[in-house]
Write a protein that binds this ligand. Sequence first.
Ligand SMILES: Cc1ncc(COP(=O)(O)O)c(C=O)c1O
Length: 240
Amino acid sequence: MTKHPFSPQSLLAQGGTHSDNKNGVIIPPVYTSTTYLRDEDNQYRTGRVYSRADNPTYRPAEKLLAELENAADARLFASGMAAATTVFQALKPGDSVIAPKVMYWALRKWLQTFGVDSGLDVRFVDTSNLDELRHAISEKAPTLIWLETPGNPLWTVTDIAAVADMARNCGALLAVDSTVATPLLTKPLDLGADVVMHSATKYLNGHSDVISGALAAREDNDFWKRLVAIRAQYGAVPGP
Ligand SMILES: Cc1ncc(COP(=O)(O)O)c(C=O)c1O
């Protein structure tokens, strides 16, 4: 018989914590370790070195989110802002970004200040208006198009599949803040996005008691590896 994908048994097995589950617990364990044992020859064959980079506590939620988003992989972050800014930090000076006119205010402010200071060329466009977006792309091909749909606070909706076509045609990456929709209502990767972002502080957690963020990617490619490396090197992890 197939196990239900969200049964405690499946979640624990997906998290790789099943072998720890000698006590039959329902909630996956919290690992408070900051560092990990070395092998006798000084290697780390478990793949874990230091909890600024990774901690097994995150894996059950990351694997579940990857499954919900039909993603190759997912990572949790210290906040939604930590997840979103990681995507922009992965770009290089001179890269061009198109972001929505209506979007979460703090990320818009970050783009106008730190994003611009780091050399990004940032343009805010009404992404829900495909003609306006097409015109902006024709003026200068962006490196990355960022969507937020529905957008906070006006719940402005953008056609992700149509923008994914435009992004593909001009060689841009497409990232979508899907905080408001959640993977239950929208799967941006299935619609052609490269990366999906969540403020997990909101509906993914749902209890107003955790600050967290998440990224999930359609492909485990160089860009994804760069995002994972930024999380590790800036320490943008949630903590156990
Ligand atoms: C759509 C959206 N994106 C990003 C964020 C930022 O997330 P966090 O508060 O977890 O940093 C928020 C927070 O309200 C949001 O509503």
